[in-house]
Design a protein around this ligand. Structure first.
Ligand code: PAF
Length: 289
């Protein structure tokens, strides 16, 4: 597997990019498999490129940035098995060559209006918008695959690309879950066994919400489940799916696409999850997007 540090080392002519910060797990590999299949289908010369870049502009806590897993050799081997054509692992200087390149991100409303991740992690989406735009430019991505697990991020990037009139198409991939229902995340490795059990309250709260018939009842159901597990959420909300804004009580349910979103700290790890709302008939954790 080629590990490219410079954009010139990548095969030109267009690729599908899978942006990651490394520390890859099975959830990422599903994004890579999807990216590789689309790149092949579209005959893109650059194939599927996986970027591995721990982006300093999106961390609110220096500690989190420092301890973020850095395992590029192992990541590259996993990418090769999943069908990627190259790994792009640029330096901070390549992504942000000047102080100006770290400023003035193009940010859609969903990056700062909903009061969800944007409130819990101030400045986070400014960093995500900055780095995604740069990674799209550096790799010449025609498409970029993002997991639905980071739902607000997916909406931010989709809206940013629309604002920029960019040629990069954003491709959404469903959330991958472990057998117990926990959404896969690089940070799960820091959970103790006990915290992992408590963390399952997030997906359970979303399933409980899905059985209710109004957003208000759904949100109350989520809080009950989290409360019983001793998890204090940063938020547990049912919102319009793409702007993530709350809608007035009484909004006809079927006139809107909704999303239930939840985040909270369990032990030293912040977990987040989301599912479509209301749940479709027979929906289980693995069908929860
Ligand atoms: O989801 C992530 O891992 C990161 O936010 C991303 C999209 C790779 C940007 O650094």
């Amino acid at each position: 597997m080629r590990i490219c540090e410079q954009p010139e080392d990548l095969t030109p002519g267009g690729c599908v990019l899978v942006p990651t910060m490394g520390g890859l797990h099975e959830g990422h590999l599903e994004l890579v498999r999807l990216g590789a299949a689309i790149a092949r289908e579209r005959g893109l010369p650059g194939g599927c490129v996986v970027s591995v870049f721990v982006n300093p502009t999106q961390f609110d806590e220096a500690y989190d940035y420092e301890r973020y897993p850095r395992t590029v050799e192992r990541d590259a081997a996993m990418c090769a098995d999943a069908g990627a054509d190259a790994v792009f692992a640029p330096s901070v200087e390549t992504v942000y060559p000047t102080p100006e390149s770290r400023r003035d991100p193009v940010m859609p409303g969903v990056a700062y209006e909903p009061g969800l991740e944007d409130r819990a992690r101030e400045g986070h989406f400014a960093g995500v918008c900055l780095v995604c735009r740069r990674l799209f430019e550096l790799t010449g991505a025609r498409g970029a695959v993002f997991g639905e697990k980071d739902w607000q991020q997916l909406q931010c990037v989709t809206a940013m690309v629309r604002m920029l009139g960019s040629a990069t198409e954003i491709i959404a991939a469903p959330t991958q879950r472990d057998a117990d229902g926990l959404a896969m995340s690089s940070r799960n490795r820091f959970l103790s066994d006990e915290d992992r059990q408590r963390g399952l309250a997030l997906s359970r709260s979303l399933l409980a919400a899905g059985r209710e018939t109004t957003p208000g009842d759904g949100e109350r159901a989520m809080r009950r489940v989290l409360d019983d597990a001793g998890v204090t959420p940063d938020y547990a909300a049912i919102r319009e799916a793409s702007t993530l804004m709350s809608l007035p009580e009484g909004t006809p349910i079927e006139s809107v696409t909704w999303r239930a979103v939840v985040a909270g700290r369990v032990g030293s790890v912040r977990l987040l999850d989301n599912m479509p709302w209301p749940a479709s008939e027979g929906a289980g954790p693995e069908s929860g997007g």
